[in-house]
Design a binder for this molecule. Structure first.
Ligand code: HEC
Length: 180
């Protein structure tokens, strides 16, 4: 004769195991959730947000920045070069040398809203794509501040991590097809 306690026992064990398993699953999920972005972020350098603050973008944010950059900027800035003015490229040393320096996220965002010459003296509103003259540059109309930040973040991370970003002054535009 079967012991009456048997089904209860097995039910208890089952519930017990399920309970333990769910704790394990929860732990793995919590760890994975907290750990995954931290691990990915380890390979992504912090960049300057302003002259005094830094910011670290996530992989996801940079992927979006890249997409927006490719759609709106790459036709003139492929590989960080500037066509047709290679002296004002998107490499860090060129961004740093501008007046005021453009080697941080907010300065680049500001440039896309209100571009000025390298010496900061003259407005390039009529000349460089920007979010002010939306009748001239209707495609930029849809970019909000967050989008502009992600584009700037993408530029700065590329400038920090990609050798050759911005090219050399003698490099021809067509040599950079590999960056696309
Ligand atoms: C039609 C071509 C064109 C497009 C599109 C374009 N740019 Fe430019 N960009 C230029 C040119 C030309 C210059 C150099 C202006 C000058 O002579 O000062 C420049 C300069 C810059 C600079 C200053 C670089 C430095 O070293 O000071 C930044 C930043 C910049 N562009 C960002 C962008 C971003 C971001 C986008 C996309 C939203 C974009 N540009 C789209 C042509 C373009």
């Amino acid at each position: 004769m079967f012991s009456k306690s048997f089904p209860f026992q097995s039910l208890f064990t089952l519930a017990h195991r399920r309970f333990l398993t769910s704790i394990l699953v929860a732990l793995v999920a919590m760890f994975g959730w907290g750990l995954a972005p931290a691990l990915a972020a380890k390979d992504i350098p912090a960049v300057a947000l302003s002259p005094t603050e830094t910011i670290t973008f996530t992989e996801r944010e940079l992927a979006r920045g890249k997409k927006l950059f490719n759609a709106n900027c790459a036709q003139c800035h492929v590989g960080g070069q500037t066509y047709p003015n290679p002296d004002v490229s998107l490499k860090l040393s060129d961004l740093e040398g501008a007046t005021p320096p453009r080697d941080n996220v907010l300065a680049i965002v500001d440039y896309i809203k209100n571009p000025v010459t390298y010496d900061g003296v003259e407005s390039l509103l009529e000349y460089h794509p920007n979010t002010q003259l939306i009748s001239e540059y209707p495609r930029l109309r849809n970019l909000n501040d967050e989008d502009l930040k992600l584009i700037a973040g993408y530029i700065l991370v590329q400038a920090k991590t990609l050798p050759g970003w911005g090219g050399t002054k003698s490099e021809s535009h067509s040599d950079l097809a590999g960056y696309l």
